[in-house]
Design a protein around this ligand. Sequence first.
Ligand SMILES: C[S@@+](CC[C@H](N)C(=O)[O-])C[C@H]1O[C@@H](n2cnc3c(N)ncnc32)[C@H](O)[C@@H]1O
Length: 365
Amino acid sequence: MLLNPQIRRPAVTRADREKIKVKAMERKHQEYKVKKKRQEELRKGKKMQLHQPVLLERCIALLTPSIEKSLAKKNQPVVIDATLGLGGHTHELLSRFPQLKVIGIDRDKSAIEKTEARLKEFSGRFTIVHAVYDQIPEVLNSLGFSHVDGILFDLGVSSMQLDFADRGFSYSQQAPLDMRMDQSSSLTADLVLNTYSHSDLARIIRTYGEERFANAIAANIVKARSENRLKTTTDLAELVKASIPAPARRFGGNPAKRTFQALRIEVNNELKVLERAIPAGLDALVVGGRMVVMSYQSLEDKIVKKIFQDRTESKSPKGLPVELKEYAPRFTLVFRGSETASESEIAENPRAQSVRLRAIERSAA
Ligand SMILES: C[S@@+](CC[C@H](N)C(=O)[O-])C[C@H]1O[C@@H](n2cnc3c(N)ncnc32)[C@H](O)[C@@H]1O
């Protein structure tokens, strides 16, 4: 059929455009609800494992060349699991490479106790250290190593920390406002919420939670604490919900998520520690060694991306006809940008939904 180009379409009014926009938003929301329901069904249908490591096969594949290079030189390869957790990645690495040694670091003593028992069969090739991961140089020094072949960071909280309500990480279970990864440290969410000024609370919630309504939430926190109404995680979750206008609450999951993330970052000083840990880890790699990092929120990923960019760029002064060796980059990206999890992995393991994976290799001493 030939269309007559002379026939003009009826003009689209502003009201029409508004309707189209609302319809598109509704469709997106509907899709989100269907996806969530499907994930929930899959989770219920399957007998859930206690813990499913995220991007397990990809992490192993990315670390394999460094481990094999070390084996080819007749050395014992050494990998640091800087966020041991329940040892999901470490278990697989130790099982697949019978000569590999893993140094597992975690700041959470209860994770260490559980994982020590879980990985008992590998005890000769597996050392656990209770430390914060920016202490990698001190940890290596105390164990008599100068360099390692691989380092894995699987950032954030573990499923165990989220599942145990009394740790206070979860906004859906009633618990004291704790949120410490290391239960021997002194700063708790309760202390932050009850002692920080309005402006500090607003700044933390805005910067670490990327929350638009940070001011209103901070004002309500100050009001609630003066009335002694802020005792538990559910008190906080309800306060956040009440601080966010209803239309803004309709999209993007639980409204408390961003404020809880902000408090967790503050309590555990997560970003500052990460800014120190990545460079320290890179300096600890042998030539040919690799670092793999999985982040679950944009603030962490931005830090990793920036440091990787800086380490893979030439520092040659502009205008030099040839690059001098001392200015050449000593690291190369294993692949450009970041990778995410597949739809099927996300359906099986919702934790994989927000993961961003980056990898870098040391190419020169
Ligand atoms: C996502 S979990 C790791 C899960 C692990 N890959 C597995 O498969 O079982 C993150 C772990 O890192 C630990 N962690 C987070 N920040 C840390 C830090 N700065 N130093 C040491 N451990 C940290 C947490 O306590 C938690 O146990």
